[in-house]
Design a protein around this ligand. Structure first.
Ligand code: ATP
Ligand code: MG
Length: 432
């Protein structure tokens, strides 16, 4: 075996006619036309047609090629021949074939996209599911989205940070936490980098971002919740909620624009329309009024249900912000409005289908923060490590957290959030 000169199938073309090459990949399909036998070989670049003629190909090679099970890994050494009828305009006339790994005959999934499979079956055999064109492109796009996000923030002078995912008992409350045993103590998996990115605002690092897992022990089984998700967070000092909202909408447009030119989109049957900025802004009060007009009653102070989010999404029809939320609905670190004491400078970024991000201007006064923690029924003492950062010079600041999976599923029109995670974690799924 010498695969060092191996070429990707998409690097070859009819122009290589006559060249002796080596390709390696999976046996995607086998087509037996009697006198001619085709092996379609798939690698990360695409597909190549390997053509064996009964009359001119070595008889032993011809028989071995016919017998090799589908999805086995093979290396093919042969001559490129221009062939208009082949899918990529060329075929390979093989001189030698090495079977590097033979696949078991009964496959858990079909990789040709001809036979559809249940999501659970696909997730159980994710390695195999990733051999399918559609799934492969979802994850290349995911990688491109992350790259675009980093480009966006790096160009704007942000510093990428990493905060701990193992934390002590004190957190922001709200969603349930996963406890873990940490030597003699109990600890938890972090539900958000919130407290740590805020602590950094007291350090002089005044523009930070993090892309990292968040853990939520939410028991419900929905198509938009994971127990381990990826959050994109920013925190910025010396600004208010308005500036970080502008960054958020610009980021969304930037990512869409970048992905809109990705060639694999066509394989997903998608054409991306770049959303226009600025996004519309409606207050929470306006939102419940619009909902009431459409027959969906939300009491002032109640959170928006999934059906309310959908109803509002139908009315708005594009990305929009909901601002000026009831203070009681948002976490203790949201800054109360100067205009009205029962609302706060918090916002949610909505896609017509679901919530994408939540953010706010933060409380930066030690006393107010302490009292807001206590009025949520939490113990301020267990937040000392966080509160300390507010005692020796904390600038005003604001930030948000955006769910990467929510962004992807809304952008690609995917129904189930599990589709955009390699190995999703939900109530029932802990393997693979
Ligand atoms: P929702 O109300 O939709 O459950 P949330 O308001 O509880 O979300 P936040 O705490 O505001 O979520 O988290 C910020 C963002 O992180 C959300 O807007 C969402 O994009 C993402 N997110 C939060 N929880 C989950 C989860 N369980 N699975 C996937 N993404 C999540
Ligand atoms: Mg939220």
């Amino acid at each position: 075996m010498n695969l060092s000169n191996r070429r990707y199938t998409n690097e070859l073309s009819a122009a290589d006619d006559g060249e002796r090459v080596c390709i390696a990949g999976w046996v995607h399909e086998k087509r037996d036309l009697g006198g001619v036998f085709f092996l379609i070989v798939r690698d990360f670049g695409g597909l190549a047609q390997v053509t064996l003629h009964r009359k001119s190909t070595d008889a032993e090679l011809f028989e071995r090629a016919k017998r090799v099970p589908r999805e086995s890994v093979v290396a093919i050494y042969g001559i490129v021949k221009s062939e208009k009828k082949a899918p990529s305009g060329y075929e390979i006339l093989p001189e030698r074939m090495e079977v590097l790994s033979e696949a078991a005959p009964k496959l858990p999934l079909d990789t040709t996209d001809k036979v559809s499979a249940e999501l659970d079956t696909r997730l159980d055999a994710r390695f195999m599911d990733l051999r399918r064109e559609r799934t492969k492109h979802i994850f290349i796009i995911r990688s491109e989205v992350l790259k675009a996000i980093r480009d966006f923030f790096n160009e704007r002078g942000f510093v990428e940070i990493n905060t701990p995912k193992i934390v002590s008992a004190a957190t922001e409350g709200g969603t349930a936490l996963f406890p873990i045993s940490y030597f003699e103590r109990e600890a938890f998996l972090n539900q958000s980098p919130q407290l740590y990115k805020q602590i950094l605002m007291a350090s002089g690092f005044d523009r930070v971002y993090e892309i990292a897992p968040i853990f939520r022990a939410e028991e419900h089984d929905t198509t938009k919740h994971l127990n381990e998700a990826t959050s994109m967070d920013i925190e910025v000092a010396f600004v208010s909620d308005r500036e970080v909202m502008a960054l958020l909408e610009e980021l969304i447009a930037f990512v869409y624009k970048r992905i809109a030119t990705y060639p694999g989109l066509a394989k997903l049957g998608i054409e991306l329309e770049v959303p226009k900025v600025p996004f519309r802004r409606i207050t929470y009060d306006e939102a419940i009024e619009l909902l009431s007009d459409s027959g969906e009653q939300i009491e002032w102070g109640e959170d928006l249900s999934t059906s309310a989010e959908h109803a509002l999404g139908r009315i708005m029809g594009e990305h929009y912000f909901i601002t000026e939320w009831p203070l009681a609905l948002k976490p203790f670190y949201a800054q109360p409005s100067q205009r009205r004491s029962d609302i706060c400078n918090a916002f949610d970024l909505m896609h017509p289908r679901l919530e994408l991000a939540s953010g706010s201007q933060r409380v930066h006064s030690y006393e107010l923060l302490r009292s807001q923690i206590e009025s949520k029924g939490l113990s301020a003492d267990s937040f000392e490590f966080y509160l300390d950062a507010f005692r020796y010079g904390m600038p005003p600041h604001a930030g948000w957290g955006l769910g990467i999976e929510r962004l992807l599923m809304s952008m690609l029109g995917i129904e189930n959030i599990r589709e955009v995670v390699l190995f999703p974690r939900d109530r029932r799924r802990l393997v693979p």
